[in-house]
Write a protein that binds this ligand. Structure first.
Ligand code: SF4
Ligand code: SF4
Length: 97
């Protein structure tokens, strides 16, 4: 016969997990993680939106199918947008102090 310690728990005995409210990541502005920042050069931009597709933080803002701005509250400065831009319209520069 198994002791209480040897007996495996069933799912009914597991503690309930936490449930977070939706969109909780909006509360954490991660822009202050940056050491380099993307700077957009509109004169080179053809609005292909590859940067918008590639940005892992949804920090590229688009309106009516056109590049609008970069949300520096959430941009972490990874540089993916700059790497993917076919027109070199996004330049990565050192973050200002
Ligand atoms: S990838 Fe470059 S050219 Fe395309 S929308 Fe973004 S900044 Fe403009
Ligand atoms: S640097 Fe990274 S996080 Fe910032 S806009 Fe470009 S792809 Fe998004």
């Amino acid at each position: 016969m198994k002791t209480a310690e040897e007996k495996k728990s069933t799912w009914k005995e597991l503690p309930e997990g936490d449930v977070l409210e939706g969109a909780s990541s909006l509360q954490f502005k991660t822009g202050n993680w940056r050491s380099i920042r993307p700077v957009h050069h509109p004169e080179k931009c053809i609005h292909c939106l590859l940067c918008w597709i590639a940005c892992p933080d949804s920090a590229i803002k688009v309106k009516d199918g056109r590049f609008q701005t970069i949300d520096y509250d959430y941009c972490k400065g990874c540089g993916i947008c700059s790497h993917e831009c076919p027109k070199k319209a996004i330049e990565m520069v050192p973050e200002k102090k």
